[in-house]
Design a protein around this ligand. Structure first.
Ligand code: KMH
Ligand code: ZN
Length: 274
């Protein structure tokens, strides 16, 4: 079986400390948690950062500080969000890319997000894709619904993405595509050649859908951004969610990718570190 890449989405923009005491907020906390996730088997950490009050921010300096501290501890791939929080203007979403992260997210369409709208008109998608191409930042294509695959194909057609392409299917967001197994099978069938894919599913869907992805040969994302519970009523720590996924992977015969192997699979230039 092909090696498994585990990403941990540790922070997000929506979860608060009131909901879970295990949410890392400061750069120090994010770095310590990233190391714990890496030790548990994560090859990638997807990060959002927060200001001193715990509110989501796209301040490049806070990203830089979190990344610097992660780098001191381990070689995990640090993937920045460009989604930010619902309503963050595109200039703010773009700003941290100027730090030159190895990898960042790129959502390829608008979607309902509960009672809000995560807005990604074509001009936003294009601006983010162009900046990532220019700065050699590897995009992870965030797919919340079927039409977003079509927009990713348009980016490829317009020469705004470089192969291999990496897709993240985010299933079960209220207002977006539900976390049904048949949706995952159909999404995978739409992908162009030279693609890798992973599943991130929200809340109670995280465990079954990521297990399904592992059995299908795909990759996975776990973490508090998508799901704060280990089991019904029991709050999770990020590294516990990674460790559980690693145990399931072992039972399924899937060795874990190291960050170095993940860089290779994602088509990243090696030696960008430091
Ligand atoms: N917070 C969501 C509105 C991403 O990180 O790229 C968007 C999001 C996606 O979390
Ligand atoms: Zn995110």
């Amino acid at each position: 079986m092909q090696p498994l890449m585990i990403t941990c989405a540790m922070v997000g923009a929506e979860i608060t400390r009131e909901q879970t005491p295990h949410l890392p907020i400061s750069p120090e906390e994010i770095a310590a948690d990233a190391e714990a996730c890496w030790k548990a088997g994560a090859a990638v950490v997807h990060i959002h950062v927060r200001d001193a009050e715990g509110r989501p921010t796209q301040d490049p300096e806070v990203f830089a500080e979190a990344e610097r501290q992660i780098r001191q501890r381990c070689d995990v791939i640090v993937q920045y969000t460009t989604g930010g929080a619902v309503g963050t203007p595109v200039e703010r979403r773009l700003a941290p890319l100027l730090n030159g992260p190895e990898m960042a997210t790129l959502t390829t369409g608008s979607v309902n997000f509960g009672d809000e709208i995560f807005e990604n008109p074509w001009s936003t998608i294009e601006a983010l894709a162009r900046k990532m191409l220019e700065l050699d930042v590897r995009p992870e294509l965030e797919i919340f619904d079927f039409g977003m695959v079509d927009n990713a194909l348009r980016l490829i057609h317009e020469g705004l993405l470089r192969a291999p392409y990496h897709f993240d299917f985010v299933l079960g967001v209220p207002g977006a595509l539900s976390a049904r197994p048949e949706h995952l099978v159909h999404l995978v069938s739409l992908l162009p050649a030279n693609s890798t894919w992973q599943v991130a599913a929200v809340g109670r869907h995280q465990l079954p859908l990521t297990t399904m992805a592992m059995a299908m040969g795909g990759h996975i994302r776990v973490g508090l951004e998508d799901n704060i519970y280990y089991s019904k009523g029991v709050l999770a720590k990020n590294h516990e969610l990674v460790a559980r996924a690693a145990r399931i992977a072992q039972e399924l015969g899937r060795p874990l990718m190291t960050p170095t192997q993940a860089r290779q699979a994602l088509g990243m230039a090696s030696g960008r570190l430091g």
